[in-house]
Design a protein around this ligand. Sequence first.
Ligand code: PLP
Length: 375
Amino acid sequence: MSALLGELAERLETLDDAGLRRSLTLPAGRDFASNDYLGLAADPGFADACAARLRSLDAAAPAARLLRGTSAAHLALERRFARFKGAEAALLYPSGWQANVGLLAAVIGPADRALSDERNHASLIDGLRLARCAKVVMPHGDLEAYGEALRRPWPGRTFVVTESYFSMDGSVAPLAGLADLAAAHGAELIVDDAHATGVFGARGAGLVEELGIEGRCLAVISTGGKALAASGGLIAGAAVLIDYLVNVSRAFVFTTAVPSAVLAALDVALDHVEAEPQRRQRVLAAAGELREALGRRGIHCPGVGPIVPVMLGTNQRALDVASACQRAGFDVRAVRPPTVAPGQARLRVSIHADHQPAELEALAATIADAVERLP
Ligand SMILES: Cc1ncc(COP(=O)(O)O)c(C=O)c1O
């Protein structure tokens, strides 16, 4: 083994000792881990509909969008998504990660300042690193702190960057308050609506819809890899913003276009979101059932909606309870640092529209039993 590989092996050992080593495993057990909130991926009809839709599309060439990679289906999907999000235009990236990094690095510069929620996703954090702007890490959802920071004078532009529905906490950003503050102080608001799209809002268009701030953000990012059961990242905003990103966003320009199979899946998923409000009603009800069943057993989970965090503290406690769930047939995963802060390891239970009351009750009993047995 070379010196470098030996060093990497040692670093892996250190992760192992801290209960932080990960490995890739095949899914086993009932899915309480993925972001298939609407139960589309688990619905056999979804795959059939995607295959049929794919056959109706022209094949997209394997090329960057600005070369031969743009098909009529890309443009149609982007127009449809813009309408869905109540925006002038939208742009599809291969992943939500690329969308966030590509957006932030393109529109924010070294003279600017970003106010970034302390629990923002890694892709937002890395996008701000690439932007090389000044960054103020904001206490989670604390409007007063945002107000105070915005009142501090800054020579460049200020951007408020936040998730809407936080992916590890199930908490909701105070979007209306942030939009008011941003407007009052001439700042721009960027909202990552990844985990809310398809789940919240009367039309399923996310928390940006539900909290009435459509049209008040510079950009809203959604992902295809969560409730829409596919993949991809979508930025919705003004036509001029999208045109600008097409020209200068490196994560868009220098990558291969999203393939037709993903376009078909996103299109079918949007059909479901538009035609089946019962899926989002059910997932919210099911999440309430699990929270209630856990609460009855003395386990109170923060947040709202389909991301149900069971706070356990140490990595080992989280791993032990996750293992107990897995042995009982529930695919529940432990979330550990650096995904969450040290000492805040947890189960991240992800509720789906097809979860039944009896299995939610059984899962709550399994979790409570495992927590009771912890040393
Ligand atoms: C809030 C948030 N934004 C962005 C992303 C990145 O999306 P993708 O998985 O499509 O790259 C994720 C995914 O984990 C996320 O949780």
